[in-house]
Design a protein around this ligand. Structure first.
Ligand SMILES: Nc1ncnc2c1ncn2[C@@H]1O[C@H](COP(=O)(O)OP(=O)(O)OP(=O)(O)O)[C@@H](O)[C@H]1O
Length: 408
């Protein structure tokens, strides 16, 4: 297990990580998410003893990395795939690492085979593509057959086949009881790979919970309703009926309606009473990407100054919940197992969920209160208690302002 307690790192006036506490448990893939410059790499470097915390501490299996006996056999990491001596072959590179750690040469050939580089093992790594470099970095991380693995953006530069391979590898390593901590900006990939998430913004903890709870806590479920395309009057009639009944109705790019604030059975009954035929009535939950954007919108340091152009298939104004900057909200919502919609659409919509009473992220509405976005309804409360106590935190002020006098 990796455990950080009050971890803080300042570089002169810049606070990269501020009072970060979390645990990364064995047996699951834990995703480490945050906008650019939020402190992920700095945190990983401190876990690996490559940077010294300004205050707080982080341990692996109860020991700081630098005090771990035979660390390379206990912890493997991919931080920067380009940190390789380009004049050496892949095999030479791994051999030199193995020799430093007392790992037999046979293991080098094993990991080369594992990452699919056996045919180019004797080629100089400076000729490697980005994806090949990533594979070599993953091979280096696996060399000591460690119980704890850290991967910083492991799918960067990989083709779809490579991405699938990394996904399966991470899951397999976790299923063997290892601790797998992986950062990525690819939300769709994280949704498929990680079970648990640690999300930071401006160096501070924003969320520590499982993926399902994270999506439920940071997004709004909705119903998609479609009336016959050939009869626009039906859609208009349904819109007014649902609105009168207290629902929020918004058009989808494909002509369907996105409805919040009403339970699915109620929508069906209202349509039936109004004599409106339905071609579709389906529950939808936001994607991890939408939930992530909603949580981190206030913690993004780098944003394009150019307003986004209208793109066919993209909801103008951004995603549900109203992310400034026009996040492509036209992303098809992902299907969601279970039935969280009774809470989202039913009489309890608006009832306080487990996060009610806590300040919302970045000064947004607290969870459990009506969301301010165009679709209005509050997020569905999580259906199950996660194993680890979920944590979600308020907007961090820029810690740099508080500690600008602190030097490293
Ligand atoms: N050696 C350093 N000296 C000064 N500032 C640093 C140093 N390393 C990181 N920083 C700053 O600390 C902050 C956090 O950087 P870090 O690389 O940890 O973020 P990140 O979340 O990994 O970003 P990205 O997703 O872009 O890789 C950034 O503002 C960065 O400029």
């Amino acid at each position: 297990m990796i455990e950080a307690v009050g971890l803080t790192k300042r570089y002169g006036a810049k606070t990269a990580v501020h009072n970060l506490s979390f645990q990364v448990r064995p047996g699951t893939v834990t995703g480490f998410l945050g906008p650019n410059g939020s402190g992920k790499s700095t945190t990983m470097r401190m876990i690996l003893g490559l940077d010294t915390p300004t205050s707080g501490h982080v341990t692996i299996g109860g020991h700081p990395f630098r005090k771990l006996p035979n660390a390379p056999r206990q912890v493997g990491a991919l931080l920067d795939a380009k940190a390789v001596h380009g004049g050496r072959s892949a095999r030479q590179h791994l051999l030199s690492l193995a020799q430093l750690s007392g790992i037999p040469a046979s293991r080098v050939d094993e990991v080369l085979g594992l990452v699919g580089l056996q045919d180019v093992a004797k080629k100089r790594s400076k000729g490697f593509s980005l994806g090949m470099g990533q594979r070599l970095g993953i091979a280096a991380a696996m060399l000591g057959d460690p119980q704890v693995l850290l991967f910083d953006e492991p799918v960067n530069g990989l083709d779809p086949d490579g991405i699938l391979w990394v996904r399966n590898l991470m899951k397999q390593l976790a299923s063997e009881g290892r601790t797998v901590f992986v950062s990525s900006h690819l939300m769709s990939e994280m949704a498929l790979t990680a079970e648990h998430l640690i999300v930071i913004g401006r160096g501070q903890l924003l969320a520590d919970m499982n993926v399902k709870d994270f999506i439920a806590a940071n997004s709004t479920g909705f119903a998609r309703v479609r009336t016959p395309d050939t009869e626009p009057a039906q859609g208009e009639k349904l819109t007014s009926v649902l609105s009168e009944a207290g629902g929020q109705v918004a058009p989808e790019p494909d002509g369907a309606l996105r409805v919040t604030g009403l339970a699915l059975p109620r929508i069906s009954d209202l349509a039936h009473e109004a004599g409106v035929r339905l071609w579709e009535l389906s529950p939808h939950q936001a994607s991890l990407e939408e939930a992530y954007m909603q949580l981190t919108q206030g913690a993004v340091d780098y944003r394009s100054a150019v307003p986004p152009q209208a793109v066919p298939g993209v909801v103008p104004g951004g995603m549900p919940g109203g992310v400034p900057g026009g996040v492509p909200g036209g992303l098809p919502p992902q299907g969601y197992a279970g039935d969280p919609y009774a809470g989202a659409y039913g009489p309890q919509a608006g009832a306080p969920g487990p996060y009610a009473g806590q300040p919302g992220p970045y000064g947004a509405q607290p969870q459990g209160a009506p969301a301010p976005g165009p679709y209005g309804a509050p997020p569905a409360p999580p259906q199950q208690q996660p194993q680890a106590q979920p944590q979600q935190h308020a907007a961090p002020a820029d810690p740099t302002q508080q500690h600008s006098e602190d030097a490293r």
